[in-house]
Design a binder for this molecule. Structure first.
Ligand code: SF4
Length: 396
C-alpha cells in the first residue's frame, strides 16, 4: 500500500489552473490592524471593481475549467459591500466554491452569516491573533473584535460553514501561540493557518522574527498538526519541515531546535494541547505558492501572484485572468524553480518549497531572490537520498 503523502499537490497542473483565487472585494474596513497588507481605509476606493466587474472576474475564474479553483472573497472587509450575497450567489451559480474572509467588525452578525450561507458560500475564514480579548484587540486596533470573532466563528459552524482560522505570527503574539492553538482546538476549525508576516503595507512597521525563530514556529506548527489540521500562509518552508520530520521520524530522531520551540512546547504541554484524541491522519501541506497554484485579484482588478506581492501580471479589465495566469512573464517565471536565486536557487527543496516570493520581494525587490527568513543551509540535511525519494513521491 502506498504510504500517505507528506506533501500534497493539486491533481491538475498548476501552470494551467490555480488551486486558489483570492479576490479583494474592497479595501474598506473599519479596523486598523497593525500588520494590514491592504493598509485598509474606512471608505471604498472609487476605482474598486463594481458588481459587473466582479461578475466578469468570476466568469474568468470559471473559465479555468472544472474542478474550479476555490474562490475566496477577502478585503478589507467584504461585508462592507452591499452586493456581497448577490456576488456569492452568482459565483455559486457558475459552479465555483466560494469562501468569504470577513473582518471582526459589527457587520459580522449571525444574520449576515446566514445570508452568506444561503447565497451558497461554503467556508469562512477568520483572523485570530491572540488568545484573549486584550491580546487580539490590541493587535487589531479596535476593542470588541475578539468577542465578535468568536461569536461569528460559533455561528458559522452552527450554520454549516467550514471555518478556517488565520493567526498572524509576529513578535507581538509569539509567546501566546500555544494558547491560540489550544483555543482553536477547543472551538474547532476545519483548518488553522499560521501566517508568517510579510513586510508589506502596515506590516513594514513591525519587527520581523529571526529565521531561527521562524524555524521553531514551523516545527511547533508541525507538532500541532498531530491534533488538528494546520497550514501556513507565506511559510512555504513548512513543506520542507514536513519532509524533514517524516524522514527523522523514520530514523527515530528529533530535530535540534531553539529556545522558542522549547517554550512553545512547554506551554502547549501545560495546556494539554497534545492530550486526548489525535488526528488519525495528518493533513499534509499543499504544494502551492505565489503564481504557482495561487493568484490574487486586487480591488481594482490588478492580478498579483499573492496579496503580499505587489507586482502585477496585468489587469482583468484589459486581459482575461486565465491568460495573465497562464502566460504573463511574471507568472511563468515564478513557476520555474530553476530561476530562483541565492540560497533558494541552490536548495534541494526548491521544487517543493521555493521560499516566500513575497518575502523575497519585500526585502530585495526581486521576486526570485532567496527567502531571507529561512534558517536552512542547503545540503545540510543528513538524509538527502530519502528526502529526494519522498519529494519525488509527492509529485502528481
Ligand atoms: S532555502 Fe529557500 S527553498 Fe530551501 S528550504 Fe529555505 S526557503 Fe525553501
Amino acid at each position: 500500500m502506498k504510504p500517505p503523502a507528506v506533501v500534497r499537490r493539486p491533481r491538475h497542473c498548476v501552470c494551467e489552473r490555480p488551486f486558489l483565487v483570492i479576490w479583494e472585494a474592497t479595501r474598506a474596513c473599519p479596523l486598523a490592524c497593525l500588520h494590514c497588507r491592504a493598509e485598509a481605509q474606512t471608505a471604498r476606493h472609487p476605482d474598486e471593481l463594481d458588481g459587473d466587474g466582479a461578475r466578469r472576474v468570476m466568469d474568468q475564474v470559471a473559465a479555468f475549467g472544472r474542478p474550479g479553483p476555490l474562490f475566496v472573497i477577502t478585503g478589507g472587509d467584504p461585508f462592507q459591500r452591499a452586493d456581497l450575497t448577490d456576488l456569492i450567489a452568482y459565483g455559486t451559480s457558475l459552479g465555483l466554491r466560494v469562501a468569504v474572509s470577513p473582518s471582526g467588525t459589527p457587520t459580522l452578525t449571525r444574520a449576515a452569516l446566514a445570508a452568506v450561507r444561503e447565497a451558497g458560500a461554503v467556508a469562512l475564514s477568520l483572523s485570530l491573533d491572540g488568545s484573549t480579548a486584550e491580546r487580539h484587540d490590541a493587535f487589531r486596533g479596535v476593542p470588541g473584535v475578539f468577542d465578535r470573532t468568536l461569536d461569528g466563528w460559533r455561528a458559522a459552524r452552527e450554520l454549516g460553514l467550514k471555518v478556517q482560522v488565520n493567526t498572524t505570527v509576529t513578535r507581538h503574539g509569539l509567546e501566546d501561540l500555544a494558547d491560540v492553538a489550544a483555543l482553536v482546538r477547543r472551538e474547532g476549525a476545519m483548518l488553522w493557518s499560521g501566517f508568517l508576516l510579510v513586510p508589506t503595507g502596515r506590516g513594514e512597521q513591525l519587527e520581523p522574527l529571526t529565521a531561527d525563530e521562524i524555524e521553531d514556529v514551523l516545527h511547533f506548527l508541525h507538532d500541532c498538526g498531530s491534533v488538528m489540521a494546520v497550514k501556513t500562509t507565506e511559510g512555504h518552508h513548512f513543506r520542507r519541515v514536513a519532509l524533514q520530520r517524516a524522514v527523522l521520524d523514520a530514523h527515530g530522531q528529533r530535530p535540534r531546535l531553539g529556545p522558542l520551540y522549547g517554550r512553545l512546547t512547554a506551554r502547549a504541554a501545560e495546556l494539554g494541547l497534545f492530550d486526548g484524541e489525535r488526528r488519525a491522519v495528518r493533513r499534509p501541506p499543499m504544494d502551492v505558492s505565489s503564481g504557482r497554484g495561487f493568484v490574487f485579484v486586487s480591488h481594482t482588478g490588478e492580478v498579483h501572484p499573492s496579496g503580499f506581492l505587489p507586482v502585477s501580471g496585468g489587469n482583468v479589465k484589459d486581459r482575461p485572468l486565465t491568460e495573465i495566469y497562464r502566460e504573463s512573464e511574471l507568472f511563468t517565471r515564478l513557476r520555474n524553480p530553476s530561476l530562483l536565486g541565492g540560497k533558494c536557487g541552490a536548495c534541494e527543496f526548491r521544487s517543493v518549497c521555493g521560499g516566500s516570493r513575497s518575502r523575497a520581494y519585500g526585502s530585495t525587490r526581486d521576486v526570485l531572490a532567496a527567502d531571507p527568513y529561512c534558517a536552512y543551509e542547503p545540503g545540510s540535511f543528513p538524509y538527502q537520498e530519502e528526502i529526494r525519494a519522498l519529494a519525488e513521491s509527492t509529485k502528481r
